[in-house]
Structure formats: structure tokens, C-alpha cells
Design a protein around this ligand. Structure first.
Ligand code: ATR
Length: 277
């Protein structure tokens, strides 16, 4: 899938997309590797996604990331998709090659790389995982936790039916608990992941009971603005290993950049600074 696209443009389509840090991230790598290309944010409404994606290769694009709310639709409109994109049920990465659209999903890989980097001693098989939330981001996280060998994953979501639908598509290792049980589920887990938007700047705080957090647990939050959420602060205070969510953004981007430009870029302190700056 690498190397046969010819356009010099890449980007991310979302709605809204103005807050996206991906242009900074990819432009950092483009500059670092002396590649004459660009990465732009494209505000695309849901009803226009298909039309826009179909036109982009003709406008010099070699590929496109898609973010909320387009990830499920992006998988559907692709001609081909990787096994992991099918398993996750969504795509975040499209590559245009020879008139065809190829879909992949690097969110789960990014999630795992970030956890392994931030918590080198993490043993996914050591115990069950607790996942708070059951939206689009949770799908990739559940897939990744199962891939990594978590013996069980318990989903806790405000809307239980959404969690049940998600659990059903992943089989017997994934279970569901009521949102009011979140404190107990967190306490019983070896790995704890917040995939809800709670705790993000401008959103309500994640208010589930966190007094069950303890040493030995690995706790991560997909929210990265702020970098240290209440969940991560409480985890650290309890002696657990806390991993912030910015690394997931960086690590999901690296395989996209590699697919498009044929170079595996580095995820390092310079990149973090460029993205935060
Ligand atoms: P994403 O694709 O980023 O995961 P999403 O699909 O909108 O975004 O999912 C957001 C998640 O945050 C959902 O699990 C949502 O719960 P519901 O399924 O009940 O909507 C959760 N969430 C958002 N606001 C919440 C709140 N105030 N309390 C609890 N959960 C909330």
C-alpha cells in the first residue's frame, strides 16, 4: 500500500476539525525529513464526506486521516480495508492509490504503543481491563486490549445499550457493567482506560469514584487536553502508573505518515513539544 500515490497533499477531515493537532504533527515530520508536502485540516460535514473523499485524489491528495464523526463512514466508502479496520469497525486512515481507496485503522496500534512506552512493565494479561465509555474511540481501545491479551474487558457507559452493542461485536471476553458501578469496575481492573470526553477542557469532569485506584494498575486517559486529567492525577496519587493520552495521538500518526511517505517517523520529545507548542 506504500509509495504509489503521487499527490503531495495529506490532511484530516472532521467536523469540527479546527482544534486538530494533526497538521502540526505531520508538518513537523515533513519538515524534519525534508519532504515537500503538506497536511491540512478539512472541515467536512457528514453528508459531504463521500463526495469530498472521491475528489481529493484529483486535487493532489495521496491520503487522508478522518476523525469524528467520519470514522465509520470512511471504512464503508473504501474499496479495500485492513483486517484491523474491519475488526474495529472504523477507519482513521485512507490512502489513495491507482484510483482506489484503501482504509486502515491505526488508533488501536497507537493506543498500545503509547501504553507500552509510558508503562514498560504493563502486563495486559495480568487482569481484566476497565473501559469507561463506548463511543467511537472505545472500539479501537477494546480491539487493542483484546489483541494485547487482556483476559477480560468490562465496558462501563452512561448509556448501557451502547456498551452492550459494542460488547456483542467483540464476543465473550467483553462484558458490560452499569455506569454507577464504574468505581467497582475500576477497582477490580489491572488496566483502566477513559475513552469518554469527560475531563476534557470545556467538558464536565469525570466523576466516577476513584478511591479503588492502587499500585500495580496501569491507567490511561484518551483525553490529552489537559495532559493531566483528574483520572491520571488520582492514579498517580494512588501509586498506579498513569499514561497520558497525547502519545496515542502521536503513535497513531506515525504509521499513517509511513504509509504515505515511505519513512517511519520518530515519536520523541521534539514532536511532543511541536504538538503542544
Ligand atoms: P468518541 O468517538 O470520541 O468516542 P462519542 O462517540 O461521542 O465520541 O462517545 C463519547 C463517549 O463519552 C460515550 O461513551 C458517551 O456516553 P453515551 O454513550 O452515554 O453518550 C460518553 N459521555 C459523554 N458525555 C458524558 C457524560 N456527561 N457522562 C457520562 N458519559 C459521557
Amino acid at each position: 500500500m506504500t509509495g504509489d500515490a503521487t499527490g503531495r497533499l495529506t490532511g484530516v477531515a472532521g467536523w469540527p476539525v479546527g482544534h486538530s493537532r494533526s497538521p502540526r504533527l505531520h508538518r513537523h515530520w515533513l519538515a524534519r525529513h525534508g519532504i515537500e508536502g503538506d497536511y491540512v485540516a478539512l472541515p467536512v460535514a457528514e453528508e459531504h464526506l463521500e463526495e469530498v473523499v472521491a475528489a481529493l485524489p484529483k486535487a493532489g491528495f495521496r491520503g487522508l486521516n478522518v476523525t469524528v464523526p467520519h470514522k465509520v463512514a470512511a471504512l464503508r466508502l473504501a474499496h479495500e480495508a485492513t483486517a484491523r479496520a474491519h475488526a474495529i469497525g472504523a477507519a482513521n486512515l485512507l490512502t489513495f492509490a491507482e484510483g482506489r481507496i484503501l482504509a486502515d485503522n491505526t488508533d488501536g496500534e497507537g493506543f498500545l504503543r503509547n501504553l507500552r512506552e509510558g508503562a514498560p512493565l504493563w502486563e495486559p494479561g495480568a487482569g481484566p481491563a476497565a473501559v469507561l465509555g463506548a463511543g467511537g474511540a472505545a472500539r479501537a481501545v477494546v480491539w487493542a486490549l483484546l489483541e494485547a491479551g487482556a483476559p477480560a474487558v468490562t465496558l462501563c457507559n452512561r448509556t448501557r445499550a451502547t456498551a452492550e452493542a459494542l460488547a456483542e461485536s467483540f464476543g465473550a471476553r467483553v462484558g458490560v457493567a452499569d455506569w454507577v458501578q464504574a468505581g467497582n469496575v475500576v477497582e477490580a481492573a489491572a488496566t483502566v482506560v477513559n475513552t469518554t470526553s469527560l475531563g476534557m477542557a470545556g467538558k464536565p469532569e469525570l466523576r466516577v469514584p476513584l478511591d479503588g485506584l492502587r499500585p500495580g494498575q496501569v491507567v490511561t486517559d484518551l483525553v490529552y487536553a489537559p495532559l493531566e486529567t483528574r483520572l491520571l492525577r488520582e492514579a498517580r496519587a494512588a501509586g498506579a502508573t498513569a499514561v497520558d493520552g497525547l502519545g496515542m495521538l502521536l503513535h497513531q500518526a506515525a504509521p499513517a505518515f509511513e504509509r504515505w511517505w515511505g519513512i517511519r517517523p520518530e515519536v520523541d520529545g521534539n514532536l511532543r513539544a511541536a504538538v503542544l507548542g
